[in-house]
Design a protein. Sequence first.
Length: 352
Amino acid sequence: MGFYTQIIRPLLSKIDPERVHHLVYKLLKFSFSIPGVKPLVKASHLMSDNRLKRTVLGIDFPNPVGLAAGFDKDAGLFEELSCLGFGFIEVGTVTPLPQPGNDKPRMFRLPLDSALINRMGFNNEGVVPMQSRLKRRPPGIIVGGNIGKNKVTPNDDAILDYEVCFSSLFDFVDYFAVNVSSPNTPGLRSLQEKEPLMFILNRLQELNSDLASHSKLNKRKPILLKIAPDLTDTQLDEIIEVVDATKIDGVIATNTTISREGLKTDSDFVSQIGAGGLSGKPLTHRSTEVIRYLHQKSKGSFVIIGAGGIHSPEDALEKLKAGASLIQLYTGFIYEGPGLIQRINREILSKS
């Protein structure tokens, strides 16, 4: 047990989880504004070793451990977070227009399960402020842009929202994640069905080629699809078909789950919380299953970024062994602290 899990986490657990998020944000911003803090944090957290480097999606990652979308929703903290040792940061989910998200409270801890339930609802400041922040991105920080649609946008017009976000961020992110799998925007998950999904991804690929032809580098941006862990094998087969047909670059597996099976937390308490996506340890096995299924059935024909329930180096290695090229933390980062990044990278090195 480290300092974070013994001292910091118990203190933070006494505060509403969404308030903790804003508190940590302000604390990191303030701390890094103090002269000398940034190089000190980097020296103690960054691991530089050629054996950790990965070239995936045509991008050179310093290590395979990234931060999943949802933590840095508005791209206001990616520089500070990168100093903690992450190989890449995924910002968002961002929508064209700012929106407040769902009513509070909307984030809940399940400490017995090392889990969270959230129904944030894509709360964000909109794509324009994100774009202005990413314009100032220092070199050497890899950033992915996770894009979604506004709650008020009908599904029939969803492509318009994805196009706005894609066009706005094209010159400022290294790859895109298309989010059609959050359970917290009404009707969004129906966009995972084959026909609407093909339409969205084909249109984004057309836009990708068009924007690339007018860019300085004349280079398209990798597109990944973020999927839910609740898809059946038949639906996963369709995802493989969609990836092949649209020629997108890969999949992020997985988002949060709507399942509540196998929880240690009292069922009445869980029922009182109500709707929302469950993340954390209860997702560990299922997300790895999805990664393995996609990797084996596709014969490794596309990139998979593994996410869901990574709370230890062993969890991370299982996902890499199952077929993930990179991994992402979120709830594990909250429960285990920044030391988890370094522990995972050390374990990777010990196996190399």
